[in-house]
Write a protein that binds this ligand. Structure first.
Ligand code: SAM
Ligand code: DTB
Ligand code: SF4
Length: 344
């Protein structure tokens, strides 16, 4: 297997190579992931995003994990699209609490063209606060992606969610190819991509490797890679799925970091039920982004006070927008990048 330094931009991973990474002894895998992480990032910095559901529930899709699908009885009430000023107020609060990126989510299959000017107004209002903007609204046409870019959108989140071969077990109302097409529109519009998936949905390790292989072999590595651990919600088909071994979750983070060393790997949904120690292992494995704030879209997330205390205990600090890095010094030397040791 090549050294980590050899493949920051590889897009030709085979399934066997990815599975071989998963199969490494845990300490060896974490070491390689930590090396890849240090090569491009300051490992004591974590990017902090806050989510807001700007249009909740009532979704026509059948994603088997999702509490917002209208067809499942999950107790999530459907709402209309929020008003711009209410969104701006929540963004101000997120900024005051320390977030640098604000992500607006809508429970849509895809936005209608008439929705785009309303979302564009939200993007402009959030951007005016000096926050990075992200949206996740479902499938986009090329023109819609361009309109969002023109409004000042920085990132678009659209996940592959799972291995192409497992996808049909989880979602039936749209195809993997639809997702890939939206990602093409997003890239073509010059937006940064946020694209990852969910683990703990009953998939095999082979299929977890398939998700990461597919992400790494996209025409460009996503700028952010959210790794969600399934939040099991009563009423959804995936409620009651056997829980993933926590070490396997850490392995998934580590392999994502090795395959996509320049991407932000986000320790995403599922943190509320993770111990501090498990989260610390995820940071060691190369996770360098989180969702921060007491709610994700409809489900819970750790208290901000708890996260602040965890950062303090681990010597982590929020990443400034302008410090999103590129190449750094050689990985895995004992000489730490200037600035880390003083600031930690
Ligand atoms: N409706 C749009 C779409 O599906 O593209 C945007 C919002 S959707 C809720 C965004 C992502 O949230 C999904 O792709 C999925 O990865 C994640 N998600 C939804 N429910 C989840 C759950 N119960 N656990 C973990 N992740 C979840
Ligand atoms: C992503 O990958 N995870 C976030 C964000 N992108 C939009 C959503 C997680 C949702 C968890 C279930 C909920 O809160 O409804
Ligand atoms: Fe709808 Fe998105 Fe939930 Fe799927 S993940 S049911 S598209 S809100």
């Amino acid at each position: 297997m090549p050294e980590v330094a050899d493949f920051p931009n590889r897009h030709d991973w085979s399934r066997a190579e990815v599975e071989a990474l998963f199969a490494l002894p845990f300490p060896e895998l974490l070491h390689r992931a930590a090396c890849a992480h240090r090569q491009h990032f300051d490992p004591s910095e974590v990017q902090v995003s806050t989510l807001l559901s700007v249009k909740t529930g009532g979704c026509p899709e059948d994603c088997g994990y999702c509490p917002q699908a209208a067809r499942y009885h999950t107790g999530v009430a459907a709402t209309k699209l929020m008003e711009t000023e209410a969104v701006a107020e929540r963004a101000r609060q997120a900024k005051a609490a320390g977030a640098t990126r604000f992500c607006m989510g809508a429970a849509w299959r895809s936005p209608k063209d008439r929705d785009i000017p309303k979302v564009a107004a939200m993007i402009r209002a959030v951007k005016a606060l000096g926050l990075e903007t992200c949206a996740t609204l479902g499938m986009l046409s090329g023109a819609q992606a361009q309109a969002l870019k023109d409004a000042g959108l920085d990132y678009y989140n659209h996940n592959l969610d799972t291995d192409p071969e497992y996808y049909g077990d989880i979602i039936h109302t749209r195809q993997m190819q639809d997702r890939l097409d939206t990602l093409t529109h997003v890239r073509d519009a010059g937006l940064k991509t946020c694209c990852g998936g969910i683990v703990g949905m009953g998939e095999s390790r082979h299929q977890r490797a398939g998700l990461l292989q597919t992400l790494a072999n996209l025409p460009a590595h996503p700028d952010s890679v959210p790794i969600n651990r399934l939040v099991q919600v009563e009423g959804t088909p995936l409620h009651g799925t056997v829980e993933l071994d926590p070490f396997e979750f850490v392995r998934t983070i580590a392999v994502a970091r090795i395959l996509m060393p320049k991407s932000m790997v986000r320790l995403s949904a599922g943190r509320e039920t993770m111990s501090d120690e498990l989260q610390a292992l995820c940071f060691l494995a190369g996770a360098n982004s989180i969702f921060y704030g007491e709610k994700l879209l409809t489900t819970g997330n750790p208290d901000t006070a708890h996260d602040q205390a965890l950062f303090a205990r681990l010597g982590l600090r929020p990443m400034a927008v302008e410090s999103v890095p590129d190449d750094r010094i050689d990985a895995c030397t004992t000489t730490v990048h200037a600035g880390i040791t003083e600031a930690a």
